[in-house]
Design a protein around this ligand. Structure first.
Ligand SMILES: *Cc1c(COP(=O)(O)O)cnc(C)c1O
Length: 368
């Protein structure tokens, strides 16, 4: 059996007709930038998350960068980020001239450890960016309490967690603002790069919208210098077709995770627990084993594609060498980076496929 890591073709096949019609509609109206599809997607996504403002932009990385500026983080300020994430989280901080300050992860949950945040707060700290990594919500009640105590802004990186919840409240609605990515492989994906910013704060929303559109508050009225970061109408049309499927697709991801967990629970593999009181949306299903590289190789030979998210924790990347971090600074991230493996996870997986992945994994572990 051949099991790809993700299968965007299978997803397209399942919604081919409405997608083709939506794209055709954009072509016939030649409204390529802005227009009704972009407007309606912003309204629909805000409604889905239950938040006041949604401002679309070109990609998820831009959305973090623009929101940091809209939240008035200045060059020279410090911003707290988790030690494991996709590089966008820390890259956006550096891009606006601020300094990313890394904090280790909570064991098992792969999200920033709230008990290790306060020791990293200095007079320059301005904001915290919790990342809901792999679809697991970060401990938002604890993070918000710390932010309030120290008067810090909270920007949630929701790129991997569309529709996730904690304590009955959607992620993205806890902090001052939140960023989303609609990169094709994300739980809600466009057919190219796309992203958005959400907030309940009118002022932050207005500033973010201006920055993303050359600092214009209205046509040719440039209040500030901004940039060009817009959602293309073609992507907005695709996202509008896909949005109603996010809930059923997410429920399938959760069901698949339950099946994996049941099949693998008695093995030496560490499967990902869901935080209490949370809805984990399983963008990725990440297991841990000290035989990671051997397991990856074995599964590849059996036709099963896996990936590693991510092989090097952020503080240890070459681009952050100048911070001189050591493994002892981040014991959890240091261990996890050599143990984590992402198994195939997408709504279109069948029971037969899940069984095959689990079966091959168990065979490998038994023979070790
Ligand atoms: C994908 C991702 C981003 C950035 O999204 P792009 O749209 O690719 O720029 C940011 N943070 C995390 C955690 C991501 O996974």
């Amino acid at each position: 059996m051949n099991i790809p890591f993700v299968d965007l073709k299978a997803q397209y096949q399942s919604i081919k007709q409405p997608i083709n019609e939506a794209i055709q509609n954009v072509l016939e109206n030649t409204a390529f930038i802005g227009g009704k599809h972009v407007k309606s997607f912003e309204t629909n996504f805000a409604q889905y998350i239950d938040i006041k403002h949604c401002i679309s932009c070109a990609n998820g990385t831009d959305s973090i960068e623009i929101l940091l500026q809209a939240l008035e983080v200045q060059p020279g300020d410090e911003v707290i980020v988790p030690a494991i994430s996709w590089i966008s989280t820390s890259e956006a901080v550096s891009a606006i001239g601020a300094k990313p300050v890394f904090v280790d992860l909570e064991p098992d949950y792969f999200t920033i450890d709230p008990t290790k945040i306060e020791e990293k707060i200095t007079g320059k700290t301005k904001a915290i960016i919790p990342v809901h990594l792999y679809g697991q919500p970060a401990d938002m009640p604890a993070i918000i309490a710390i932010a309030e105590k120290h008067n810090l802004k909270v920007l949630e990186d929701c790129a991997q967690a569309h529709g996730a919840m904690i304590a009955g409240k959607k992620i993205g609605t806890w902090g001052d603002a939140a960023s989303f990515s609609f990169y094709p492989g994300k739980n809600l994906g466009a057919y190219g790069d796309a992203g958005c910013m959400i907030t309940n704060n009118d002022e932050v929303a207005q500033t973010a919208r201006m920055i993303a559109n050359h600092g214009q508050i209205s046509k040719h009225n440039h209040q500030i210098e901004g940039r060009n970061s817009r959602l293309d109408s073609l992507h907005a049309a695709v996202l509008n077709v896909k949005l109603p499927y996010v809930e059923p697709w997410t429920n399938l991801r959760i069901q698949h995770a339950t099946v994996y967990n049941q099949l693998l629970q008695k093995s030496a593999l560490r499967t990902p627990p869901t935080r209490e009181n949370a809805r984990h949306v399983f963008h990725l299903f990440v297991v841990r084993t000290n035989k990671r590289d051997e397991l990856k190789q074995y599964l590849q030979e059996k036709g099963i594609s896996t990936q590693i998210h991510y092989p090097t924790a952020l503080p240890f990347l070459d681009c952050y060498k100048h911070y001189n971090h050591t493994m002892a600074d981040f014991p959890v991230a240091s261990t996890y980076q050599s143990e984590i493996l992402s198994l195939p996870m997408y709504p279109e997986l069948t029971g037969e496929m899940l069984n095959y992945v689990a079966e091959q994994t168990l065979i490998f572990l038994e023979n070790e």
